[in-house]
Design a protein around this ligand. Sequence first.
Ligand code: IMP
Ligand code: MG
Length: 177
Amino acid sequence: MIDTEYSDNIEVMITKEEIAEAVKKLGAKISEDYKDKEIELVGVLKGSFVFMADLIRAIDLPITLDFISAKSYVGTQSVGAVKVYMDTELDVAGKSILLVEDILDTGRTLSVLKETMLARGAKDVKIAAFMDKPSRRTIEITADYCCFTIEDRFVVGYGLDYDEQYRNLDYIGEVIL
Ligand code: IMP
Ligand code: MG
């Protein structure tokens, strides 16, 4: 655990040990569910990259992976649109796509990306969200796989940022302003 002034105003919510256990369990479940399918994981940058790195190593199947960079957020405030900054490289047509996201909040980002993957001919699209804040949802969408469901709190670490900071914390914390 990083112990500097940098993280002095962060309160630990989920430890790195709890994260490791939850991700391992999720990987085992995905391995079971997808054993006869051709799975491609598509990580939503930037927040998902840490979760993605751990999740793929917990999946005991042949996989391919890709990334898409999209966001619907500025600071802690939600904005209307979803912007794609960088698109996927691989063809999704005919594949079972698992969208990998750091946190499912209003649901805007993932609903847009899910529709996009289906429009490109994906066979099926499911969602693996590291965290879920169901009370914040403005669009009806659910995570097929999720490690932690939390209240309406703003969290950082394990890839998640507050104005691009704190992605490198190895635990999930809450910013105390
Ligand atoms: P949605 O489109 O509203 O579901 O937004 C999801 C995105 O908002 C996530 O991928 C995060 O980048 C960001 N986000 C939502 N809640 C949090 C949070 O508590 N901490 C950090 N980022 C968050
Ligand atoms: Mg963000």
